[in-house]
Design a protein around this ligand. Structure first.
Ligand SMILES: Cc1ncc(COP(=O)(O)O)c(C=O)c1O
Length: 418
């Protein structure tokens, strides 16, 4: 789909229509979510207030909670609303670590007699996690004397179950928690989460998964997966930015990160955002109804996109799993040898195509992607990478538009680096 550019670009300098290939960053709100949110914004009431207006808002929140629980195969009581994926990841990683270090089992009861052994202090996470998890684990290591253990992935970006099993077996009592994302945001690699969660469960170790990228594209079921905690966020599947949830299995009690009114079962504080939560539920419901058809449609478009890019740039490298069941249907990620990702992005942007580089920017300096490095790519391959991500508004026209310019753009970027 093409959007009118409202960024105020000078006439003649940039196209006024944008081919949006960055749905993994955020995707347009679904009309159903937009109208639910707009209507609710006109209403008054804090869901925690006892008067009529408050009770009305509370009904909205609880009905939304039921819908969201239903979509993700959870019980309503297992849904803890947060301000999005970043907060949910922080709550899961820090909160579960603190709960375990306090010698509390996931259910809140003492796991073993105090001082019998040092409390579990090791955090197992893949080296391809989103920064919301990655940096939470680093923070625990720096400030809370956690021991970080980074689980290696294979060259496609997938964690093998035996890798997790070995890491736990080395000293199961030392492991405070395991966190493995359901699908990677850069290269779209889908992890075998139910299998991984079963390994942790055999040792009584809590297992968290960041399902932010998976939730809108895969049939994600909290109960069936066997995980203890799962992060989702609305803006990746047509809901608003700033609304998410941490799903927590019965009895799993992270120590809170935010303190205050204790609105979400004493686990999370803050006035509940009824309009955003209602829109989150509306988006989740519509997304779930269409998900299977959409996934098949996007996978076809993605395959077409991959074919067009490789036809125009034969030495481009598709990063991540091959197009198929191990890859998110909407994800295509390439390295373009001899190019800088930033240069490619800006050249494409000038042609009205929005995508994303694989590398992060720290203090204005492009850093190689930690995901590609973990998959064994060298710095050059990691720097010259781009992610194209498709979503509910993507069309064949978008793919054709990219295919028409990518060859020339790569050629120009290569000339610029010589
Ligand atoms: C895998 C993953 N986890 C967490 C987040 C953070 O979610 P939010 O933007 O809702 O804070 C993102 C967002 O890009 C993501 O892709």
């Amino acid at each position: 789909m093409r959007y009118t550019d409202s960024a105020g670009t000078r006439p003649g300098q940039a196209p006024d229509r944008v081919v949006y290939l960055d749905h993994a960053a955020t995707t347009p709100m679904l009309p159903e979510a937009l109208s639910a949110m707009t209507e609710e914004l006109g209403q008054l009431g804090n869901p925690s207030s006892l008067h009529n207006a408050g009770r009305r808002a509370r009904r909205v929140v609880e009905e939304s909670r039921e819908q969201i629980a239903d979509v993700f195969g959870a019980r309503p009581s297992e849904v803890i609303f947060t301000s999005g994926g970043t907060e949910a990841d922080n709550l899961a990683v820090k909160g579960l670590f603190w709960a375990r270090r306090g010698n509390l089992a996931p259910g809140g009861s003492p796991a073993r007699p105090p001082a019998a052994r040092p409390a579990p202090h090791r955090v197992l996470a893949t080296s391809i996690e989103h920064h919301a998890v990655l940096d939470s684990v680093h923070w625990l290591a720096e400030h809370e004397r956690a021991e970080e253990h980074w689980l290696p992935v294979d060259t496609a970006g997938v964690l093998r179950p035996e890798t997790l099993a070995q890491a736990i077996a080395a000293d199961p009592d030392a492991v405070a928690l395991v966190t493995v994302m359901w699908a990677n945001n850069e290269v779209g690699a889908i992890q075998p989460v139910p299998e991984l969660a079963a390994i942790a469960r055999d040792h009584g170790i809590p297992f968290h998964t960041d399902a932010v990228q998976a939730a809108g594209q895969l049939p994600v079921s909290f109960a069936a997966s066997g995980v203890d905690a799962m992060t989702v966020t609305a803006h990746k599947f047509g809901g608003p930015v700033g609304a998410g949830a941490l799903l927590l299995a019965r009895g799993v009690q992270p120590v809170p990160v935010l303190h205050g009114g204790g609105q979400e079962g004493e686990v999370r504080s803050g006035t509940l955002d009824a309009p955003a939560i209602r829109a989150f539920a509306a988006a989740a419901t519509v997304m779930a109804q269409r998900r299977d058809d959409e996934a098949a449609r996007l996978a076809k478009l993605r395959d077409e996109l991959i074919a067009q890019v490789l036809a125009a740039v034969p030495d481009a490298v598709l990063n991540g799993p091959p197009a198929g069941p191990d890859r998110l249907p909407g994800n295509a990620h390439f390295s373009f040898p001899g190019c800088e990702g930033d240069a490619l992005l800006m050249l494409l942007d000038a042609k009205g195509i929005a995508c994303s580089t694989g590398s992060a920017c720290t203090a204005g300096v492009a850093q190689p992607s930690h995901v590609l490095l973990a998959m064994g790519a060298d710095e050059a391959r990691s720097r010259g990478s781009l992610r194209f991500s498709l979503g509910h508004t993507s069309t064949q026209e978008d793919v054709t538009a990219l295919g028409a310019v990518i060859g020339e753009v790569v050629h120009r970027a290569r000339r610029a680096t010589r």
